[in-house]
Design a protein around this ligand. Structure first.
Ligand code: FE
Length: 217
């Protein structure tokens, strides 16, 4: 079974861009519920996967939409937490050069990120991704959809644009949320390590492995 990963910072660490109240609800209720349902579905199906990545890649192709949706949402949220930092950062070195080459610099990336996030209809995620050659792209996915099934694509960062991520703090102001998020929260050090992995063909960030359930031990 999978456990809910702890936040890598305090609940009040991301304010004012994200309030403590939003972060508590988002992590302790929304993310926790995805993990709980994921475990229930796995138990019902009698599956004991070795990794969450395996669950997602396999269920993406099959009829188990509940398994895919809750598995991918569990993954996306765990990735979202580590993709943010309480201390404001700037992209440096290789990452800064890649942003310059692919998106015309940080201002161009911000513009694309906010525009795509704003234009996205309904729930989903805004991603900055890299291919194996180090070319960057801003893209959005719907609902639970993630990047694990996109061959050769590595996510560098992600912003949750489900309403539960911002409604308490920004109401219908998704643009203000996206701008505040982009300016204050991306963990560019983490994004740089993901880019390095993408270019070197190494494994990028992976979700914490499941713990053995009592009956499986
Ligand atoms: Fe969320």
């Amino acid at each position: 079974m999978f456990t809910l990963p702890d936040l890598p910072y305090r609940y009040d660490a991301l304010k004012p861009a994200i309030s403590e109240k939003t972060l508590r609800l988002h992590h302790d209720k929304h993310h926790a519920a995805y993990v709980k349902t994921l475990n229930e579905v796995l138990e019902k199906l009698g599956k004991t996967p070795a990794s969450l990545e395996e669950v997602i890649v396999e269920s993406a192709k099959g009829p188990e939409r509940r398994l895919y949706n809750h598995g991918a949402q569990a993954w996306n949220h765990a990735f979202f937490w580590v993709a943010m930092s309480p201390s404001r950062q700037q992209p440096t070195q290789d990452l800064a050069a890649a942003i310059e080459a692919s998106l015309g610099g940080l201002a161009g990336l911000r513009d694309a990120f906010v525009k795509k996030g704003l234009a996205h209809f309904g729930s989903g995620w805004v991603w900055l991704t890299a291919d194996a050659a180090g070319a960057l792209q801003v893209t959005t996915t719907h609902d639970a959809h993630d990047m694990l099934t996109e061959e050769g694509i590595t996510p560098l960062t992600v912003c949750d644009i489900w309403e539960h991520a911002y409604y308490l703090d920004y109401q219908n102001g998704r643009k203000r949320y996206l701008e505040a998020w982009f300016d204050a929260l991306p963990n560019w050090e983490f994004a740089a390590s993901q880019l390095e992995a993408a270019k070197a063909g190494r494994a990028p960030w992976r979700h914490p492995a499941p713990i053995a359930a009592a009956r499986a031990a």
